[in-house]
Every structure is written in C-alpha cells, then in structure tokens.
Write a protein that binds this ligand. Structure first.
Ligand SMILES: [Zn+2]
Length: 204
C-alpha cells in the first residue's frame, strides 16, 4: 500500500463519518471528553480504539513497547497527569497482549540496544516471580509474564501520586488490567482493578 492509498483511505473514512453524523468532526474540534485512558503496547496488531470499538474523542491513548508505566518516564507521566487532572478520565486501562514481542525480548538474553534498558522492568517482574515461572513450559511462561507485567503496570499507575491526589479529591478513578488475545480479538479482564488506596493491598 502506497501513501496515496492512505490519503485516499483517509478521505473516504472522513466522508463515511460525516455522512453518518454531519456534526461529528465539528463537535470534536470543540473539545475532547474521553472517559478512558488506554495504556497499551505499540504492536500494530493491538489498535486501541478499534479493539473496543470507540470513536475518535472517546479514548485517550498512550502506547509504548510492552505497555509499560515506568514511574520515571516523562512521556507516560505527562499523559497520566493530563488525562487524570484535565480530562478527568474515570478509567485507566493497562492492556497487554499475549504474544508480546517486547515481553519476550526482555527475557530472551539477546542484546538489542536501547530497548534492553526500556524492558528492564519486565526482567525485574520475571525475577520476582521466577519460582512460579520456572514450572511452566515456554509458551505458558511467556503468557504468564505478559499477565504479570500488566499487573505490575496497574500497580505502578495506581501508586502514582497523580492518581492518589485524584482519590484524595474524591475523584472517581479506577485502574484496570486487561490482556488482549491476538488470535481471537478478545480482551480478558485480569480482575486486578484498583479504585482506592486500600485496593493496593490486593498486591502482595
Ligand atoms: Zn507487545
């Protein structure tokens, strides 16, 4: 597919939107009021809006390799602060996916350069849960590490000061952990939702 095809796709898409709802883009031009922040993997097979069938304006999105929420990453923190304090999203979805190349690359022992440092938090998760992971075959270990990484990132988000300040203000805010299955297009809720400081105790 050439870039001219993408431009043609764009025009056709915009026309479809307008024919279904003539005021669609004009409304969005005025403001965005999404209720959800999506923190997901950059993988091209995990397109945030499409998976949950939401329109432009309905999902604030942050994506990086292996859906990390590192407490020192200025990009993620800027997104988190803006979405919580300005947009006042009600739900933050940390969405990993089975078959994540980033998670695999974190622990395969090969050297790739900068990304090895980016993926460091996953190696820490792997080390902390090595007892459980050692008993699994390769595929199960990969899947489980994907889930454990999501849980860890949920905890990172839920323990952030921006989130705690929101709760202290009485602002409703829940942090959820989901995993997406590439082969079915379905998300699974890991049921690790945190919506108050007390919920953080769920994690041992
Ligand atoms: Zn991935």
């Amino acid at each position: 597919m050439m870039l001219d095809d993408l431009k043609a796709n764009n025009r056709a898409w915009a026309e479809r939107k307008v024919s279904a709802d003539p005021g669609f883009f004009k409304r969005l031009e005025g403001q965005q009021a999404p209720e959800y922040l999506w923190i997901g993997c950059s993988d091209s097979r995990v397109p945030a809006n499409e998976i949950v069938d939401l329109d432009p304006g309905e999902l604030f999105v942050h994506r990086n390799v292996a859906n990390l929420a590192p407490p020192q990453d200025a990009n993620y923190l800027s997104v988190l602060q803006f979405s919580v304090e300005v947009l006042k999203v009600k739900h933050i979805l940390v969405v990993g996916h089975y078959g994540c190349g980033g998670v695999a690359a974190a622990v395969d022992g090969k050297r790739r350069g900068l990304v090895d440092h980016w993926l460091h938090p996953i190696r820490e998760v792997c080390h902390e849960h090595r007892g459980e992971l050692e008993g699994l075959d390769e595929r199960q270990r990969w899947d489980r590490l994907v889930e454990l990484n999501v849980k860890r990132q949920v905890r990172n988000v839920a323990s952030d000061v921006f989130v705690h300040d929101a709760w202290a203000r009485g602002q409703p805010l829940a942090v959820h952990g989901w995993v997406y299955t590439l082969g079915t297009g379905l998300v699974t809720d890991l049921n690790v939702t945190i919506e108050s400081p007390a919920d953080l105790d769920k994690f041992g």
